[in-house]
Design a protein. Structure first.
Length: 735
């Protein structure tokens, strides 16, 4: 994965606004001397790519900051005559010796730009003062430095340039047309083989929980990312560029490999720069092609699992992340070079903010950058789409940080994330609106914006009615579920659905060969020990072993009695008087049932109720007497109107309705403890509901579904504050 490069390409072309007064006063040329200050001696100038209209460009490199500046023909001609006199003299020479009409304002504008970028040598006290001011402006407080280090820092590992230069001839075949054609054939063959072994592929995807598989997949992940970076590096070296560093960068403490390919901005060919930017993605796709082919040939094992990761997850993730132009990864540089627009995010963001201000405030400000006028619609849309993408991305990162660390630290880091990425840009934009220099005038756009803003604010304070959705179970009161007492086969079924039974009446007769064998063996051991005790008087050895035999007899007798109780339970009887409301369709003679498998349901009355389970944050919004609707999961039973009869004040510790558990297809997340009980993983509370009409018919079985409970009216802001205080500042800070 390529991270944000340390360099920055600044564009200064023919359409750049270099008129007097266009820059800040702090960057004005020195007034004591009309001759421009000399350029810094370590600067380098390289030929750049042709512009859209065929005009030549040059790239100016500042090696001290590793920043690149793109200049146009006029600026190049001015720099060629930089030491030949005053600004008016330089402008006269450029106009006389070239076909470019150049004014003194063009020269002084370039001086302002070079001063602002610290590309001129400081002269005298004014120059040193400007340099100190520039250094102070780029200094950050200790808090900002810590935050920047947490958000992003990099560790260079080694200089690979000499290694890349020596090994490039060995892999020159990887850049050939024949290899790309062979890779395409390999990809198609591998895809065909994967469809032929689809069951193995699905099993590999779903079963990566062993240590060996996790290790192989981790190695495969590292291999693909290393090849991704080598793809950039070798492509850059192939075009004559240096690769000074390969290392590890940390994005919010998440390690990713990076390659410094900033030297590619020296390349005058746009096609070559595009190839270098796409080198990592192409390398991963080629690896995927050959990995899928080899995967189909290998037997089951860790290597096959690793190749499956390379052939599936790897290329999808690289296309989603690296090919995205919304962050400064490969896709951003590809789009920037393809459009021929350097600093794409910054310049598009400038246009997006300008358009937003015009839409909301109607400032009447001129178009910010004439060079981008032809692409203005795309760039504005791209800027807005980038903001939306980053809003969801940064919010998701904030939530991930909150859950990855222990709660108090997670809350602090999440607050930093939200404040830095989300709140800070919004506050900065509002601050721009409120500056006196903005000069907002009351007009129709301002009126509409104020009305929309007041409407949104009022929506936060207006109490709204709503509903709370919760998983629920419809069941009869005093209903009893009958389960298989042990693994056994069904011999006799004495009831049918709807049968009336008395307490103790036989419902089913089961037979367990294993239990029968254990029972017979235990009875035999008891009889053997009893025989030994009866004849101990005739045998001195048995008489001597009497204490041991007595202990063994007591143990064997206890074991036999327990097996007798289990055996007696194979004759399944009715625990209550009632009616058989539900009989499993597979309960038939000769069918094998597992231990704890449900067999039938008995209900002793025609009364029923709905048990729903709500989150802690919704508990305060439910009151006794609230109306609700129970909606069954199946379509063969109509919705039922209900009313809340009670709300538990204590959270559920053990879920008594297994049908609602996530382990059995329900919506309530649970985990089993050492005793097999279902314990909810979050705080949930039981809400009991009953039908509005007493004669509402109930289905003859337990029915899973959802309830929609009418909640108490409250404003969106109050509900959000209540949830925030309940979940974060009270519940989560209690560890």
């Amino acid at each position: 994965m390529d991270v944000i490069d340390p360099f920055h390409v600044n564009s200064l072309g023919e359409d750049t606004d270099l008129r007097p007064g266009a820059k800040a006063a702090a960057n004005d040329p020195p007034q004591g001397s009309s001759r421009p200050p000399p350029l810094r001696e370590e600067l380098h100038l390289f030929p750049g790519p042709r512009g859209k209209k065929g005009n030549p460009t040059w790239t100016l490199l500042d090696p001290a900051t590793n920043q690149f500046y793109r200049i146009g023909w006029r600026e190049f001609e001015i720099l060629c005559r930089w030491r030949r006199g005053e600004p008016d003299r330089i402008a006269e020479l450029v106009s006389k010796e070239t076909t470019l009409e150049t004014t003194t304002g063009d020269v002084t504008g370039l001086v302002r730009f070079l001063l602002g970028a610290s590309l001129l040598r400081p002269q005298g006290e004014p120059g040193l003062a400007r340099l100190n001011q520039h250094v102070k402006a780029n200094q950050h407080s200790w808090l900002q430095q810590i935050l920047h280090a947490y958000l992003f820092f990099r560790i260079p590992l080694f200089n690979p340039d000499r290694f890349l230069q020596r090994t490039l001839p060995w892999i020159s075949w990887a850049f050939s047309r024949k290899f790309f054609i062979a890779s395409g054939i390999a990809a198609l063959t591998g895809l065909h083989m994967m469809t032929r072994q689809w069951e193995i592929a699905v099993a590999t995807f779903s079963e990566t929980n062993t240590i060996t598989k996790v290790l192989f997949v981790t190695l495969a992940m590292f291999l693909t990312k290393a090849i991704h970076e080598l793809g950039h590096a070798y492509t850059a070296v192939r075009y004559g560029c240096r690769v000074p560093t390969i290392g590890v960068a940390f994005l919010m403490l998440l390690p990713v490999l990076y390659t410094d390919t900033s030297d590619v901005w020296k390349l005058p060919s746009r096609q070559q720069r595009l190839t270098v930017a796409a080198g990592g993605i192409l390398a991963e796709l080629l690896l995927t092609a050959w990995g899928s082919l080899i995967w189909g040939m290998l037997p089951l094992g860790g290597v096959k699992d690793a190749l499956f990761f390379i052939a599936t997850v790897s290329w999808v993730s690289t296309l989603i992340l690296n090919a995205s132009p919304f962050l400064r990864f490969d896709g951003y540089y590809l789009l920037s070079d393809w459009l021929g627009i350097e600093n794409l995010h910054d310049r598009a963001g400038h246009l997006g903010r300008w358009k937003l201000r015009e839409m909301l405030l109607g400032l009447g400000a001129p178009f910010p950058e004439a060079a981008l006028y032809e692409n203005r619609r795309f760039l504005i849309f791209f800027a807005w789409l980038t903001w939306i993408y980053r809003l969801f991305l940064y919010f998701g990162i904030a939530l991930a940080v909150y859950h990855l660390f222990f709660k108090v630290l997670g809350i602090i880091l999440m607050s930093f994330e939200i404040g830095w990425f989300l709140v800070r840009p919004i506050v900065g934009e509002i601050g721009f609106w409120l500056r006196p220099a903005t000069r907002i005038q009351f007009n129709s756009r301002v009126l509409i914006s104020l009305m929309v803003l007041m409407g949104l604010i009022s929506l936060l304070f207006i109490p709204w009615k709503g509903t709370i959705h919760a998983p629920a179970l419809l069941q009869r009161i005093d209903q009893v579920s009958v389960y298989a007492p042990a693994p056994a086969t069904i011999q006799i079924v004495s009831v049918t659905e709807g049968s009336q039974v008395k307490k103790g009446e036989i419902l089913l007769q089961l037979h367990s060969p294993d239990l029968e064998n254990q029972r017979s063996a235990a009875r035999l051991k008891v009889e053997m020990n009893e025989w030994k005790l009866n004849f101990r008087g005739a045998n001195p050895t048995l008489l001597e072993q009497s204490p041991v035999i007595n202990r063994e007899l007591a143990i064997d007798l206890t074991r036999y009695q327990e097996l007798e109780r289990q055996y007696a339970r194979l004759r399944v009887t009715a625990p209550i008087d009632g009616r058989v409301t539900f009989l499993e369709k597979d309960v038939k003679p000769g069918v094998w049932v597992a231990d704890g498998e449900p067999l039938l349901n008995l209900a002793h009355a025609e009364l029923w109720q709905v048990n729903a389970y709500v989150r802690e944050t919704d508990l305060s919004q439910i009151h006794t007497g609230a109306t609700a609707t129970f909606i069954p999961e199946g379509l063969d039973w109509p919705p039922m109107e209900c009313r809340v009869t009670s709300v538990d004040s204590v959270a559920v510790t053990t879920l008594e309705e297994p049908a609602l558990a996530s382990l059995l297809g329900g919506r309530l997340p649970v985990r089993r403890d050492e005793k097999g009980r279902l314990n909810p993983t979050t705080s949930i509370y039981r809400v009991v509901l009953q039908p509005v009409e007493s004669h509402t018919p109930a289905p003859p079985f337990v029915l899973r579904g959802n309830v929609m409970v009418e909640k108490q009216t409250s404003s969106t802001l109050v509900a959000y504050l209540h949830r925030t205080i309940t979940e974060i500042f009270i519940h989560e800070t209690m560890f």
